[in-house]
Design a protein around this ligand. Structure first.
Ligand SMILES: Nc1nc2c(ncn2[C@@H]2O[C@H](COP(=O)(O)OP(=O)(O)OP(=O)(O)O)[C@@H](O)[C@H]2O)c(=O)[nH]1
Ligand SMILES: [Mg+2]
Length: 331
């Protein structure tokens, strides 16, 4: 059998379950997960294999309305559209509990008009709904999808659906995930593998460490603080059995610093403890984590600081294929 290899974009609104699915598809924790929407800010590659196929899954930031939001929100939407534009296959996740919303229609239309790849619609979190409601929810998503496809200008999209109906799936059920892996493998183009067979990702070590720390900030702080916080890792040093990680959590407003620190430093200490456990799990070694807090006033609206602190640069986005009117906000 000839080798197959291709990129598969995981797309959808914030909180749809993309990062959970990426981790499950790869069998390792590469992407961070939280209950809050807009957790993921970058393209995250996760590599999986099925027989002769190498599947290059790309997690993306959730597509969201960004009118009046920060520059970083525009950048996050652009990353998602860029990834979609370069992928061989598209997976669009719709939360089975939330259903197919008007925003899904808007975002899916944008994705499909700016790309050419075939698409599968997934009804995600299928385990989170009781059996009695499952069929009705799925039927609701099917109906909304049908209405979307019947709209003027959208008819051509029907031919790009690899499955006529939304496919129910739980990122927490290994058998569902294996089925998706196999299904996608059958639709990948022929081509040589682009990575070694034991590679899981191309994400730099510093990036993964920063994400694991950022995840705890998302989990332990409420409201706007996590959205204005970046984590910059300045050192990852292997010293015998110990890994030393030095990092700074950077907030966008001076008033956020005492909140992140907490009373007597209790909050940052608790974030550090949880992040260290997560890093130890990642490295399978003892970790010493030095975590500081700094302020970069207004960094979420400053292109240069966004590039430096959140790894989202204009440079990376320039020259991207198949994206029309990329300056336009998603609204
Ligand atoms: N029960 C259940 N919960 C899920 C499933 N997938 C994701 N979740 C939960 O849904 C929430 C969001 O999951 P994420 O994987 O972070 O969602 P996302 O689409 O990556 O979100 P953004 O990065 O914000 O765009 C988390 O609390 C997950 O634990 C699933 O299959 N079943
Ligand atoms: Mg995510």
């Amino acid at each position: 059998m000839p080798q197959q290899c291709g990129y598969i974009a995981l797309l959808g609104r914030p909180n749809a379950g993309k990062s959970t699915l990426l981790n499950a598809l790869v069998g390792d924790k590469l992407a961070v997960v939280s209950k809050k929407p807009q957790t993921t800010r970058n393209r995250i590659l996760g590599i999986a294999q099925h027989e002769d196929a190498q599947l290059l899954f790309l997690d993306t930031p959730g597509l969201h309305r960004n009118k009046g939001q920060s520059v970083i929100n525009t950048m996050m939407n652009r990353v998602a559209l860029q990834v979609a534009g370069e992928a061989d296959l598209l997976v669009y996740l719709v939360d089975i509990i939330v259903g197919f919303t008007a925003e899904d229609a808007r975002f899916l239309s944008r994705v499909l008009t700016t790309t050419k790849a075939p698409v599968v619609i997934i009804a995600s979190k299928a385990d989170a709904i009781i059996k009695a409601e499952r069929a009705a929810s799925l039927a609701g998503i099917s109906l909304a999808l049908e209405a979307f496809l019947a709209e003027a200008g959208n008819e051509a999209f029907t031919a790009r659906l690899l499955q006529p109906d939304p496919v129910p799936l739980s990122g927490k059920r290994p058998e569902d995930v294996a089925e998706l892996r196999e299904f996608m493998a059958h639709h990948l183009p022929e081509g040589p593998w682009l990575f070694a067979d034991d590679d899981l990702t191309d994400m730099p070590r510093y990036f993964i460490c920063a994400e694991l720390i950022r995840e705890q900030i998302f989990r332990q702080l409420s409201q706007e603080i996590p959205y204005g916080t970046a984590v910059k890792v300045t050192a990852v040093e292997f010293k015998g059995d110990l890994v030393v990680v030095r990092a700074t959590a950077v907030v966008s407003r001076a008033s956020h610093k005492p909140i992140l620190l907490g009373k007597g430093g209790a909050r940052i200490k608790s974030i550090g403890t949880a992040a260290r456990a997560s890093l130890e799990n990642h490295f399978d070694k003892k970790v010493f984590l030095e975590l500081q807090v700094a302020v970069a006033e207004g960094w979420t609206d400053d292109q240069r600081l966004i590039a430096d602190l959140a790894n989202l640069s204009e440079e990376d986005l320039r020259g991207t294929a198949n994206i029309q009117s990329e300056q336009e906000p998603l609204h």
